[in-house]
Design a binder for this molecule. Structure first.
Ligand code: PEP
Ligand code: CO
Length: 451
């Protein structure tokens, strides 16, 4: 393997960097990045270390990761309601998984910073003219006009501030009573409550209530126990715009190590994971737990090099490999990778992204995914782990708490003709709350069969 020079927060700048916007005004970019570099960190190094410890438990098969949220957060669709609804689904899914699988669920949102999108092409043709592609609200606007698509570095600053407010609300909801287990019934949205999944959830919530009453009757003070009244929901996003990530990279005063304080966990996308590229270079040097997407073209050899670069000290929980191969490819594609990583002794978390390998354009022209393909990919993922004797450590999904119509199938049996009614995503199609709750039950069954 090539030897790497000294890492610094800016050493990525010597590498080839993919998927960056062409900012029209370098001075304006410089000024935004300078401003961000002076602003407070969004998360603290100690929190990132706590997440890494929890992910270490996932790596050893004693916990399960639920990473979920928007494909791309939006500057427009930004409200307390929206954040609360997303949190509710995540809490519901986590409760279903905790109760059914019987291990702690590590909860990580694609939230409070998930703004930047990699694109397969720099341009898109609209009405016969080429305009720059939409790259997420941290860069430009989704409106299909040349002017809207010009990258604007002021958006970097706005993304920072929106992340700060989102995180503030997340902390308030998760520590201020909303996530108290005694409120387990109140997390169900009205539109979910009457559905079969909603009723299944209600039954489970009633069992939890009984268990809490039982504990209180035994003299255990459930009210005073923070394990029951608070949860940790960590934040994560794809570390795509490396200048933004660098501006938020700070030295931890306790350990002296560098942390990317834009989120607790950062991941490298499928399109920017070359071993000698800027994204791998940047993330190898920060102390946060990190992820990397693993698509169908990944080879065992390349993956072992990636593990060696990103986690040379083999710290459990440091590296999460997020597979996204497609429902038809996952089982056969994953097995040699599982074997190679296990044989090399790398203590990774394996998580399944069942979304990005199963996206297609429906006859209506809408980009979508079918709920059945999502379940099928997770089941192939679980089967591959069962065959190799490794732990199917988690799922990584795109969802929202709203009653959107973006993914086909599920309990509502959404059809292509339904997609238009509430198709609101600014990027990829997300599961709605009902589909999310349904998915959690399916995953719980798959993992229960596994254990
Ligand atoms: C994503 O997670 O939204 C994404 C773009 O995924 P991938 O890098 O796996 O295509
Ligand atoms: Co996506």
């Amino acid at each position: 393997m090539e030897s790497r020079g000294t890492w610094t927060p800016s050493s990525w700048q010597e590498r080839a960097v993919k998927q960056q916007p062409t900012w029209p005004d370098p001075a304006a970019l410089e000024s935004s990045l300078k401003q961000i570099a002076t602003l407070p960190p969004l998360v603290f190094a100690g929190e990132a270390r706590s997440l890494q410890t929890e992910l270490g438990r996932v790596a050893s098969g004693n916990a399960f990761l639920l990473q979920a949220g928007d494909c791309a957060e939006s500057f427009e669709d930004f409200s307390a309601d929206n954040i609360r609804e997303k949190l509710r689904v995540i809490l519901q899914m986590a409760i279903i998984l905790t109760y059914s699988v019987g291990v702690p669920i590590v909860k990580v949102g694609r939230m409070a910073g998930q703004f930047a999108k990699p694109r397969s092409s720099d341009f898109e043709t609209v009405g016969g003219i080429d305009i720059p592609s939409f790259r997420g609200h941290i860069v430009n606007d989704a409106t299909a006009s040349e002017a809207a698509r010009i990258p604007n570095p002021e958006r970097l600053v706005q993304a920072y501030h929106q992340s700060a407010s989102t995180l503030n609300l997340l902390r308030a909801f998760t520590k201020g009573g909303f996530a108290d287990l005694s409120h387990v019934h109140s997390w169900t949205q009205e539109f979910v409550a009457s559905s079969p999944e909603g009723q299944r959830y209600e039954k489970l919530a009633a069992e939890i209530d009984r268990a809490l009453s039982f504990m209180r009757a035994c003299g255990i003070e459930t009210e005073a126990n923070s394990n029951l009244s608070e949860v940790d929901v960590y934040t994560s996003h794809e570390a795509l715009i490396v200048g933004y990530e660098e501006a938020l990279t700070r030295r931890d005063s306790i350990t002296g190590d560098w942390y990317d304080c834009s989120a607790h966990m950062l991941w490298i996308g499928e399109r920017t994971r070359e071993l000698d590229g800027a994204h791998v270079e940047f993330l190898r040097g920060v102390g946060n737990p990190i992820g990397c997407k693993v698509g169908p073209t990944m080879t065992a050899e390349e993956l072992l090099e990636l593990c060696a670069i990103l986690n040379p000290s083999r710290i459990p929980g440091r590296l999460t490999l997020i597979t996204r191969m497609g429902a038809d490819k996952i089982e056969e594609g994953l097995r040699p990778l599982l074997r190679a990583v296990a044989d090399a002794g790398h203590p990774v978390v394996w998580a399944c992204d069942p979304m990005h390998g199963n996206t297609f354009t429906a006859p209506s022209g809408r980009k979508t995914r079918h709920f059945d393909d999502i379940v099928r990919e997770i089941s192939g993922f679980v089967r591959a782990h069962r065959a190799e004797g490794t732990w199917p450590g988690g799922i990584h999904v795109e969802l929202t708490g709203e009653n959107v119509t973006e993914c086909l199938g599920g309990g509502d049996e959404l059809l292509d003709s339904d997609l238009d009614s509430r198709y609101e995503t600014v990027c990829d199609p997300r599961l709605n709350a009902r589909q999310g709750v349904d998915l959690a039950f399916r995953v719980a069954e798959l993992i229960q069969d596994f254990t």
